[in-house]
Write a protein of this length. Structure first.
Length: 223
């Protein structure tokens, strides 16, 4: 994996923006600014952001959620401890939840929009309180999507194909990935509720998955 300083700085920038369920306007505004700078077409629906880059007959799609479980505080400073990023509150002088769940997913979605010519992305609101945005999504947006991926899983090895008993993908998609995932240290796994599960339950037919993206100890102050 190529690690570039500008990517690390961009990740720190995203992690520094505080966003909790029902109070996500800071991250919402940041994402809109980024989409404008990348030349994406976008619209909002039910408090969520739907973006398209390029013109194609079909698209890959990546989704993430805007909210975190952490309360907004007087300060959130991102610090680097031996290569690990964590949050610190300079007012209380205590470690503070950084919200990698799912700010890391937001960062990855924005990176994909920058890198690829033809791609879609959705940034859902209020996943942490029951996937409210994704359960009331714009279903038509996904009609030309080949697959939908989400980066909203702790660790760095899981490729979630079953979320809380809901099958996210079929045998054909799994067969295509079977030889590819081990090259990157990933394996098929089962997970829990997240936005792609809500989309699948809403009747979207294309293959979906939720992927480990490198955050650890989610929902904790020492995340």
């Amino acid at each position: 994996m190529i690690k570039l300083p500008n990517m690390t700085n961009k990740l720190i920038e995203v992690l520094s923006i505080q966003s909790e369920s029902y109070n996500q306007f800071r991250m919402f505004a940041y994402i809109i600014r980024q989409l404008k700078s990348l030349g994406c077409n976008y619209y909002t629906f039910n408090g969520c952001i739907y973006a398209t880059k390029g013109i194609a007959d079909s698209y890959p799609c990546i989704v993430s959620h805007i909210d975190t479980v952490h309360n907004i505080t007087d300060d959130l400073t991102v610090i680097n401890v031996k290569g690990n990023l964590t949050g610190f509150n300079a007012v209380t002088m205590e470690q503070s939840g950084i919200g990698g769940d799912d700010k890391v997913g937001i960062f990855i979605a924005l990176q994909c929009l920058e890198k690829f010519d033809n791609i879609k992305a959705v940034f859902f609101r209020d996943e942490e309180v029951g996937c409210e945005g994704s359960y009331d999504s714009d279903i038509d947006f996904f009609k030309d999507c080949n697959f939908v991926l989400q980066c909203d899983r702790r660790g760095n090895t899981d490729f979630i194909i079953n979320a809380s008993g809901i099958e996210l993908t079929g045998d054909d998609f799994k067969a295509e990935l079977k030889g590819l995932l081990p090259l990157y240290g990933y394996k098929f796994a089962n997970g829990m509720m997240t936005d792609v599960m809500a989309l699948k339950q809403s009747g979207i037919k294309c293959a979906m998955a939720n992927i480990s993206c490198g955050y650890y100890k989610p929902h904790c102050a020492d995340e």
